[in-house]
Design a protein. Sequence first.
Length: 415
Amino acid sequence: MTVSIRTGKKQDRNVPLPDRMRPRTLEEFLGQSSLVGEGTFLRKAIEGDSVPSIILWGPPGSGKTTLATIIARETQAEFLSLSAVTSGIKELREIIATAEKSRADGKRTILFLDEIHRWNKSQQDALLPHVEHGTVTLIGATTENPSFEVNAALLSRARVFILEKLTDEAVGEIVRKALSDPDRGLGGRGIEATDEAVALIIRFAGGDARIALGTLDAAASESDHIAGETVKEILQRPNLLYDKTGEEHYNIISALHKSLRGGDADAALYWLGRMLEAGEDPLFVARRLVRFASEDVGLANSFALPQAIAAYQACQYIGMPECELALAQAVVYLAKSKKSNALYVGYGNVKDDIRELPNDPVPIHLRNAPTKLMKDVGYGKGYKYTPDFKDSESAEQDYLPKRLKGKKYLRFTES
């Protein structure tokens, strides 16, 4: 259990720069004016010490923990925090016991639960009655979509506020403030950074203030004069926002799929790169391409499926990074192919009919008759053996169950 400490003292230089530069007031909190700007609901709730249970949803480094810390400074309530990564029901019970004592003394308790999506259903269920009865006011923080990761009952008792990824302008302002601040930042230490260095830090941070300040801190430990080369040495590769089990994973694979469907080979190649360079399993990508080849290209190009399967096999045989070009070849090929979703739509309609009519009998003329009894009861009677008839004559017989007679599943259109 952690209790926030309100202090205005100069912080220890051994504390990492991102923690030293953490905003202490709403005025210092940059990049989220639509959320906490003048006149907003949350701003007025904080200033009026009437913050309800809330869920803060946003990407890493957008300020979720910082905003919770500011609320801790502004509120008159007891402010207790837990990390869902390292705590569970045992720690929650300790928090609730403390909160109940405070409530008996007429004091409100705010519980900040960082990474709330890491708690499973039973852990979130254990928290629910205490939020419902007002024992604690919840502030949950998550990088994942609350619709999927927070129990519906808990979500219905909290307001969700979305923090956007910080703009380059906001990150730049944060970096420059850290360079000039003599108390908490690097000001007064004779440290300078070139415009190129600052631009590189902003670019590689990807909207994450914590990464930007961490990079600046590392660069300052290398040299008092931070040049672009210094930053490049520290950042050997871009910090790619990509959680292989989180929402961004599904956002990017969706972007790849839609780019392929729309025929934009350049965009498809870019989204492929975003996944592979961030460490995605190439076989996951290859499986999606195999599916796409039948779902979206289908019969419009019968070579699409072999192309996708060949890319999958290449990933199995040689792995990364050698298979990246095989995937790139398949991606460009699929993007440039004509498209038809006739198979996808048609098979979807088949599944619907099977759910509605799961056991319709095979027409008797289509049944095989390996025994005399089967022949005697009519199995196979009236069947027209196609090679013995003209196409028009054999086409006259029915091949579907009686209740689906005449049903057409395939509608061939190409884009």
